[in-house]
Design a protein around this ligand. Structure first.
Ligand code: UDP
Length: 430
C-alpha cells in the first residue's frame, strides 16, 4: 500500500556557490537545530509531475544537511482511487461538478487502507510532510503521537476552486499542525485560524541532469534524432498532457506565429507519466487530432521512443528552443517555467496561478491570456534576438535568487523547527 523510495545522495556544498551567503548559512543553521529529528515526505507518485520532481531532490538534500529524511509513496490497491483524486485535483482547480457518494467512499476507503498499512508497519517520524489532496485524510486516520509535527502542503492552484469539493475536504486540514500553500491567493477563505499557514512557492534543483544547462551542440544532436530540423527555429512546451496546460492553445499560437515566421517548428513534450494522473493518454489523443498532419508539429508522449533519458530530453528540448511556452490556464506553480528561465530562455506563460509569481511580465518573460497574445509574443521574441537574450538573462538571475531548492528547504525546515519548538510561525508574505 506504500513503498519507500531511495534517492542518490547529494552534497550540500555543491549548492553553496549558487546561493547568497545569508541563505546558505541560515539553512545550515536551521538544519543543525533539527539534527536529531526524523523527517518523512509522503506523496502519491514516484515520478511524473512537479511534486515528485521536488521530492527526488528535497529528500537527499535533507540528508546531506544531516537530517534523517525519507520518502514514502502511497500505492493504493484500487485503480479507481487515482480517477477520483484526479477529479478532486481538477475540481480544486475549478472544474464543475460534484463528488458522488461512491467517489467519496473510494477516496476514504482506499486511503484508510493505506493508513492501516502504515500503522501495521509502524511507520514513524518526528515531522511528517504530507503532499497534496490525495493524502490529505492521513492526519485524521493516523492519530499523531506526542511531539510529532504534521504538515500538509498543497501544490494546487486554488484561485477559483469548486466550492463543493472545498467544503468536503477542507475540514481535514484541521488535523494538521501547519499548512503550506504556494501563494497567499490560494489560501481558502473560511479556513479558520487554528492551523497556521505558511506561503512557500516551489523551487527547482539546479544540479540535476535536467536543470544543468546542456551544451547547445549536444542539445541539437538530441532534438535532431527526435526529428526536429535544427536549421529552423523551434518553440516548445514541456508539460504533462493535461487539461489545464492548454496544449491546444499552444498549437493555435504556433499556427498564428508561423504566418510571420516561416519554417517555425513546435514541440510538445509530455513524457512524464504520473501514476496519479490517469488522463494523459486521452488528452494526448485530442492534441494529436488538433495538430492534424502538420509535419512541423512534434508531439512526444512515449518515453520508450526517446534516444536518451527523459531528463536529458527535457533539457535538450528546453535548450534547443528559441522560446518556451507554458500556456496554462491554471497552474499551482509550474516548475517548467522556472526550469526554462534557469536555462536563460525567454518563457511565455499563461497569466495564471503560480506562473504570475515567477514571470515579471515584460521583464523576465511574458504573461499571456490567449493564443493570439501568445503568438504575438512568440513573433516578437523570435524576431528580436537581443530582447530574447535580455529577458533570458533576467529570468536566470530571478530564479537564482528566488526559486532554487535550498530556499524551499529553508522554508520547510524553518517552519518544522518552529513547530517542534512549540512556536507558531503565522502567515508569511509571498
Ligand atoms: N516533465 C518531464 N518530462 C516531460 C514533461 C514534464 O520530466 O515530458 C517534468 C518537468 O520538467 C517538471 C515536471 O515534470 O519538472 C512538471 O512540473 P510542473 O510543476 O511544471 O507541473 P505539474 O506536472 O506538477 O502540474
Amino acid at each position: 500500500m506504500f513503498f519507500k523510495l531511495d534517492h542518490p545522495p547529494v552534497s550540500y556544498e555543491d549548492y553553496r556557490p549558487l546561493l547568497d551567503t545569508e541563505l546558505a548559512d541560515q539553512l545550515a543553521k536551521v538544519a543543525g537545530e533539527m539534527g536529531q529529528l526524523r523527517v518523512l515526505h509522503l506523496n502519491s507518485t514516484a515520478t511524473g509531475g512537479g511534486v515528485a520532481e521536488i521530492l527526488q531532490s528535497m529528500v537527499p538534500l535533507g540528508n546531506s544537511l544531516g537530517i534523517e529524511t525519507e520518502r514514502i509513496v502511497i500505492n493504493p490497491d484500487a485503480a479507481e482511487f487515482f480517477d477520483v483524486t484526479k477529479k478532486i485535483h481538477n475540481m480544486l482547480q475549478g472544474s464543475e461538478g460534484e463528488l458522488s457518494p461512491e467517489e467519496l467512499e473510494i477516496y476514504f476507503t482506499c486511503i484508510h487502507r493505506v493508513a492501516d498499512d502504515m500503522r501495521d508497519k509502524a511507520l514513524a517520524a518526528d515531522v511528517w510532510f504530507v503532499h497534496d489532496p490525495q493524502l490529505l485524510p492521513l492526519a485524521r486516520l493516523l492519530p499523531k503521537k506526542e511531539g510529532e509535527v504534521w504538515i500538509w502542503i498543497c501544490h494546487i492552484d486554488l484561485t477559483t476552486p469548486n466550492k463543493s469539493v472545498l467544503e468536503a475536504l477542507m475540514p481535514l486540514t484541521q488535523d494538521y499542525d501547519q499548512l503550506i500553500f504556494s501563494q497567499t491567493a490560494y489560501v481558502p477563505q473560511n479556513l479558520g485560524d487554528k492551523v497556521p499557514v505558511l506561503i512557500a512557492p516551489p523551487a527547482i534543483d539546479p544540479l540535476t541532469v535536467k536543470n544543468t544547462p546542456m551544451d547547445m551542440t549536444q542539445a541539437q544532436k538530441i532534438v535532431h534524432i527526435m526529428g526536429i530540423d535544427t536549421g529552423r527555429p523551434l518553440v516548445s512546451q514541456v508539460s504533462r498532457f493535461d487539461l489545464w496546460k492548454d496544449p491546444w492553445g499552444v498549437v493555435d499560437a504556433y499556427r498564428i506565429a508561423r504566418e510571420s515566421v516561416p519554417g517555425l517548428q513546435l514541440a510538445l513534450l509530455g513524457l512524464s507519466q504520473a501514476t496519479d494522473d490517469p488522463e494523459g493518454a486521452k488528452v494526448f489523443q485530442t492534441v494529436v487530432d488538433h495538430a492534424g498532419d502538420d509535419p512541423d508539429i512534434h508531439l512526444y508522449f512515449d518515453p520508450a521512443t526517446m534516444p536518451v533519458s527523459v531528463d536529458e530530453v527535457v533539457n535538450a528540448v528546453q535548450m534547443a528552443s528559441a522560446v518556451l511556452m507554458q500556456k496554462s490556464t491554471r497552474e499551482g506553480f509550474g516548475l517548467t517555467v522556472t526550469e526554462g528561465m534557469w536555462k536563460g530562455k525567454p518563457v511565455i506563460g499563461g497569466d495564471a496561478g503560480g506562473i504570475r509569481v515567477q514571470i515579471n511580465d515584460g521583464v523576465s518573460g511574458f504573461l499571456v491570456s490567449s493564443p493570439e497574445e501568445c503568438a504575438q509574443r512568440l513573433v516578437e521574441l523570435l524576431k528580436d534576438k537581443s530582447l530574447a537574450t535580455r529577458i533570458g538573462e533576467t529570468a536566470r538571475e530571478s530564479v537564482r535568487q528566488r526559486f532554487l531548492l535550498p530556499r524551499l528547504a529553508l522554508d520547510y525546515l524553518t517552519v518544522a523547527a518552529s513547530q517542534v519548538n512549540g512556536r507558531l510561525p503565522g502567515v508569511s508574505g509571498d
